[in-house]
Design a protein around this ligand. Structure first.
Ligand code: G16
Length: 544
C-alpha cells in the first residue's frame, strides 16, 4: 500500500456554514471536492500524528463512499487510529460521546442534518474538536483558508475497508476499529436519567408514547434505549430503519415535516407523548396529546425541572440559548439565580461555556437542546429528559407546560422561514434593514415602540473572540422582539428567517393561538423589512 500525492485546485465554495460544509451530493461527487475539504481539515490542525479520529455519519446517500475516502486519507496523513461507527453510522451526539469517552483528537461527522438526502439532495461534513463539539469559528476559518490555498492531497492506495463487521482492521500503518454505534451513547444516557423510574412508568401501561425516527440515524439508538432498555412495546419507535434517502422525507422534526407523528398525536386515541428526531439525531420535537411544545419552552421547562433528573440533581451552573431563541429560559435562570448566556446561532458557540462550567444546559429555537454531557445538541437526550420529568410529576405534557406558563408567564414564539429566496434579494433585504438601524430606536409602530435595534455581535466570555453580524434584533418596550437573519445551513439560494416573540404574564391571556397572538408583530415585520417586496413571496414557506 503506497501513499499517493494528488495534485488539485481550490474550489471557491468551501466555506463552512452554521454547521460544517453542506452541499448537494452532486457537488461532493465532483472530482477532488471531498478530498480537498478533508485535506484542508488535516492541514489546519496540528499534532494529530499517531492520534485517534472518530468517524461516522447519519447514513445518508454517499456516506459509505465518503467514509472510504476519508479513511484512506486519514491513514495517508498519519492518524494512528480511526474509531468508526458500524456501517458508517454515528449520530451527531453519539460521535461527540465517543470522542470524549476515548479522548480522541477529534472527529469527522458526515451529515447534512435535517436536509433531505439521496442522489439529488444534500450531503455534509463537519469537523469536531477534542472536547467533542463542533469546531469553533477560528478552526472553521482556518479550514476555509486552507481550501483556498490547497495544491495537493494525500491518500492511501488501498482496498476498501470492511465497514460492517465489528473488529479492528489495518489500513497502512493506521488501525480502523469498527465499534458498536449505539452502546457508548446508550450507557451515557443510563448514567444521567433514572431508567428504573422511567421503565416502571412505561410498564404501568397507562402511559403511551410514540417515537418517530423519520428513517434517519436515531432508529437503532431509539430501539435500543426505549424498547430494549426501557421496555416500551415493540413498535413504539416508528420509521426506525435509517435509509439513504430517509424514505423520501425531509428528516426535520417540526410540525410540517414530521406530519406522520403529528397526525398520530392529534388523532383519535392519541398517545400521551410523542417525539421525533432529525437526520443526524441532534434535534428533537416534543408533543403531548394534541399539544406542541415549542423548543424554546422545552428548554425553559427542562431548566426549571432539572433537579428531578439524577444527572442534574445538584442544580445547574448556568444556561445558554442562541440569540433568536425565546427568552423563556431567561426567566427561569433569573428565578434560579443562575447566569443565562445569549450566543449567536450555532451549537459551536456553546462549547466554551460548557467546557469551563459556566453553562450546564443549552438550547436553540431550531429544535435543539443539550447539556454538558456531550458537546452537541442531543435529540434523544431531550426525549429522555421529558420522560424522566413526566415519570416524576405524573402530569400530562400539557399540564406541565401550562403550569410553567402560570409560574413564569408565556413567551408566544414563532419562526417564519422563506426558503430558497434569491440570494441577492435576500442580501439586499438585510442590507436595507441594517441601514435602518441607526434611526429606528424610539420609533412608534402602532402600539409598539422600538426600544433597541442592532446587528447582534457576540464576544465570547471565555476566549474573547468576537462574532459580528449575527442577526438583526428589533426589541420593543413591552419586551416583544423581531429578529431577522439568513440561515447558514441551506444549500440552495438563501433562507430568510424571521423570529417573532411576545411576552404574556396574564394567565387569562395565555390560551390564544400563537399566530393570532403574534399577528401584529408579523404584520410589523413585513412593514419594517418589506419582506414581500424583496422576496416576491406572499407568505413563508415554513412556519414553526
Ligand atoms: C445547525 C446548527 C444549529 C442551528 C441550526 C440552524 O443545526 O447546529 O446550531 O441553530 O443549524 O441554523 P441556521 O438558522 O443557520 O439554518 P443542525 O441540526 O442543522 O446541525
Amino acid at each position: 500500500m503506497s501513499i499517493k500525492t494528488v495534485s488539485t485546485q481550490p474550489f471557491a465554495d468551501q466555506k463552512p456554514g452554521t454547521s460544517g460544509l453542506r452541499k448537494r451530493v452532486k457537488a461532493f461527487q465532483q472530482q477532488n471536492y471531498l478530498e480537498n475539504f478533508v485535506q484542508s481539515i488535516f492541514n489546519s490542525i496540528k499534532g494529530y500524528q499517531g492520534k485517534t479520529l472518530v468517524l461516522g455519519g447519519d447514513g445518508r446517500y454517499y456516506n459509505r463512499q465518503a467514509i472510504q475516502i476519508i479513511l484512506k486519507m486519514a491513514a495517508a496523513n498519519g492518524f494512528g487510529k480511526v474509531l468508526l461507527g458500524q456501517g458508517g453510522i454515528l449520530s451527531t451526539p453519539a460521535a461527540s460521546c465517543v470522542i470524549r469517552k476515548n479522548q480522541a483528537f477529534g472527529g469527522i461527522i458526515l451529515s447534512a442534518s435535517h436536509n433531505p438526502g439521496g442522489p439529488d439532495n444534500d450531503f455534509g461534513i463537519k469537523y469536531n474538536i477534542s472536547n467533542g463539539g463542533p469546531a469553533p469559528e477560528k478552526v472553521t476559518n482556518a479550514i476555509y483558508t486552507q481550501t483556498q490555498e490547497i495544491t495537493n492531497y494525500q491518500i492511501l492506495d488501498a482496498e476498501d475497508v470492511n465497514l460492517d463487521d465489528l473488529g479492528t482492521w489495518q489500513l497502512g500503518s493506521m488501525a480502523v476499529e469498527v465499534i458498536n454505534s449505539v452502546a457508548d451513547y446508550a450507557d451515557l444516557m443510563a448514567s444521567i436519567f433514572n431508567f428504573e423510574l422511567i421503565r416502571n412508568f412505561i410498564a404501568g401501561g397507562k402511559f403511551k408514547m410514540c417515537i418517530d425516527s423519520m428513517h434517519a440515524v436515531t432508529g437503532p439508538y431509539a430501539i435500543e434505549i426505549f424498547e430494549s432498555r426501557l421496555g416500551a412495546p415493540i413498535g413504539t419507535v416508528q420509521n426506525a430503519t435509517p435509509l439513504e434517502d430517509f424514505g423520501g422525507g425531509h428528516p426535520d422534526p417540526n410540525l410540517v415535516y414530521a406530519h406522520e407523528l403529528v397526525d398520530i398525536l392529534y388523532g383519535e386515541n392519541a398517545p400521551d407523548f410523542g417525539a421525533a428526531s432529525d437526520g443526524d439525531g441532534d434535534r428533537n420535537m416534543i408533543l403531548g396529546r394534541k399539544f406542541f411544545v415549542t423548543p424554546s419552552d422545552s428548554l425553559a421547562i427542562l431548566a426549571a425541572n432539572a433537579k428531578l433528573v439524577p444527572g442534574y440533581s445538584s442544580g445547574l451552573a448556568g444556561v445558554a440559548r442562541s440569540m433568536p431563541t425565546s427568552q423563556a429560559v431567561d426567566r427561569v435562570a433569573a428565578e434560579l439565580e443562575i447566569d443565562c448566556y445569549e450566543t449567536p446561532t450555532g451549537w459551536k458557540f456553546f462549547g466554551n461555556l460548557l467546557d469551563v462550567g459556566k453553562a450546564t444546559l443549552c438550547g436553540e429555537e431550531s429544535f435543539g437542546t443539550g447539556s454538558n454531557h456531550v458537546r452537541e445538541k442531543d435529540g434523544l437526550w431531550a426525549v429522555l429528559f421529558w420522560l424522566n420529568i413526566l415519570a416524576v410529576k405524573q402530569q400530562s405534557v400539557e399540564e406541565i407546560v401550562q403550569e410553567h406558563w402560570r409560574t413564569y408567564g408565556r413567551n408566544y414564539y414563532s419562526r417564519h422561514d422563506y426558503e430558497e429566496v434569491n440570494s441577492e434579494k435576500a442580501n439586499t433585504l438585510m442590507a436595507n434593514l441594517r441601514s435602518l438601524l441607526p434611526t429606528i430606536a424610539g420609533k412608534q409602530f402602532g402600539k409598539y415602540q422600538v426600544d433597541y435595534a442592532d446587528d447582534f455581535s457576540y464576544t465570547d466570555t471565555v476566549d474573547d473572540s468576537v462574532s459580528e453580524k449575527q442577526g438583526i434584533r428589533i426589541g420593543f418596550t413591552d419586551g416583544s422582539r423581531i429578529v431577522f437573519r439568513l440561515s447558514g445551513t441551506g444549500t440552495q439560494g438563501a433562507t430568510l428567517r424571521i423570529y417573532l416573540e411576545s411576552y404574556e404574564p396574564d394567565i387569562t391571556n395565555q390560551g390564544t393561538d400563537t399566530q393570532q397572538a403574534l399577528d401584529d408583530l408579523i404584520a410589523l415585520s413585513d412593514e419594517i423589512a418589506q419582506v414581500r417586496q424583496f422576496t416576491g413571496r406572499e407568505k413563508p414557506t415554513v412556519i414553526t
